[in-house]
Each structure stands twice: as structure tokens, then as C-alpha cells.
Design a protein around this ligand. Sequence first.
Ligand SMILES: [Zn+2]
Length: 264
Amino acid sequence: MSVADASMIRFLLFAGGLILFLIIEAINPYRKSTVSKTDRWLSNISLAALNAVIINLIFAASIVYTISYVTANKLGILNIFELPYGIKILATVIAMDFVLYVWHLLNHEVMFLWRFHIVHHSDLNMDVTTATRFHIIELFFGSIIKIITIYIIGADLLGILIFESTVTLATQFHHSSLKIPGWFESVFWYLFVPPSMHRIHHSVVIKERNTNYGVIFSIWDRLIGTLLTKIHQDKIRIGVGAYTKQEKLKFLNLLVMPFKGSVR
Ligand SMILES: [Zn+2]
């Protein structure tokens, strides 16, 4: 599989997921918008387009090269053992998701990283487009960590493709404004991250925001003690206390946000 094939599969999944969740949100939204959807979507999709082009240009080839290098030279933890291929793929997804959990936690706890991650949390409503709202520098650092992790665990191409595709769909799902039956959420919550869990993470209340860091699995939050469940969902206000006005959250505002005064 070439770099172009892998990028195309990811793009098709991303676009398919985006359209699917937009349709379901339009039919059965969890909440009504409190600010202009057009304005938010313009900011979020502009960030997504910029990030997709630049991050792909810089990192797509180096990620695939790192995978080929570790596979050809049998480097990394997973290559020490003769594991069945299915187990190796599953271990790749679990290990990569754990590193993503730690990276997300650091984005909240380290002030320098929070300067960039705040762009994601500054969205005043949550829907599937929030899943694309990231500052490019956060993704730049995240991609470097991804390459180092691939090298250390000895991931292969299919494992990373499955992980990346699952992250894309999981992120779109848990940011989406969907009305989901309570019983489904509570079953899903045991192992994975439903929208209600991630909604708490997007609360303006700092104590609520600094919890529920999981991306695919909720097990890391359970094990490490960052899980928060008992919050009245209808009372959650989405966003960051310092940024309450949509007109100050346009594309260019978001690009320069990390370089302004630090905000908790
Ligand atoms: Zn966060």
C-alpha cells in the first residue's frame, strides 16, 4: 500500500463519517445551537483544510517510511515476540490509544501545550465539526509523538491504518450532537467513549474539563482515575470561560489564539 492509498482511505472515511454524522445531527440533534452554525463550521472546516494539507505534506511520507523501516528491520516491542497477526494489530491499536490518552492529558496539564489545545475547547457548541478543530501546532507535536511511538512499539501499516481510521470515526462520534438512548450510552461507556462522556470534557468548568481524556477506549480514564460520570448532561455549558463570543472565534482568531495571553 502506498502513501497515496493510505491517505485516500483515511480521507474517504473522514468525509463519509462527517457527512453521515451531519445528516443524523440534522435529523435528531442532542441540543439546539446557541451560536451561528455557519460561523462555527467555517472556522472548524477552515482549520481542518489547512491542517490536512500541511500536516499531510510534512508527515504522511515520514510516518509510512518509519513503519516500513521498523517492519523491514523487525524493530520495536511488538517485533520481539512471534505474535499472531490479529493480536499484533489489536496490541497496536491499544498501545497507540494509550499514548494518545497520555498526550491528551498533557495537553491539559502543561500550560505550554494547553495554549494550543484551548483552540479545540473554545468551540461554543459541540458537533461533528468540533472533531476537526485543532491548532496546527498541536497536530505537529502530536505527529512527532506518533512517529516515535510507531518506532518504539514496532507498528505495521495495517495496524496504524486501522488505528487512524478508528480514531477518526470515534472522534467524530463522541463530538457529535446526537440523541442516543441512555441504555446504549451506559453500555458503550464501559469500554468506549460515548458523546455524553466527552461532553463533560468540553465543559467550561475546569474540574469537569480535566477529566475523560480517552479517545477510543474509556479504560485509561478508569485505570488512572480521570473518569467523571455523574454530571447532569443538560446543565453542561460547552466552551472555555475566557472565550464566550463567537465573533472573536473566527478562523484567524483561532490561529493566533495560542500566542496571546495565557488562559486557563
Ligand atoms: Zn481536551
